[in-house]
Design a protein around this ligand. Sequence first.
Ligand code: SF4
Length: 195
Amino acid sequence: MLDSFGRSIEYLRLSITDRCNLRCRYCMPEEGVPPLAHADILSYEELLRVAGSCVALGLSKIRVTGGEPLVRRGVVDFIAQLAALPGAPEITLTTNGLLLAELAGPLKAAGLQRVNVSLDTLHPERFATLTRRDGLAQVLAGLAAAEAAELNPVKVNVIPLKGVNDDELLDFARLTLRHHWEVRFIEFMPISPDL
Ligand code: SF4
């Protein structure tokens, strides 16, 4: 499949839910966003049909995203079905990591190859302020579980924010000396007035 500039399109991002178990200040308001009705989001069967058609057209990599994809019930079975598509696409997932400690092993067994974890601070109080939830310990446990499950290289996506976490960039970089992780600094895209 080629775009209008003749470039090969090989990569599909599949958002499977608009829901999330965090409330990051740069993403959504404290009360969250009104959730879509189940009837208004694609079922797993419909998502599989879309993904299968894209793979048949030549896409070789599918990234599952959200919202937070791990909050959608049945996500492990869905990953297994994606991995079993004819053409055997590479399956990756972007997550905030809160549920990864319990799901990394089952996801790997289902056919997930790699995982990107979004994490902006290594300080528990800052994490609570930024995401409006406690949970840094859970995310760090999720990262460790992903590494143990060999979802490697685990990628850690950090958004540097001036005056908020820009004193932690070296601490994040140092993590790569101790772990089989890749730390990436991602450009901030302001979509919420709360930061
Ligand atoms: S984890 Fe991602 S989807 Fe959830 S609130 Fe934060 S930025 Fe938004």
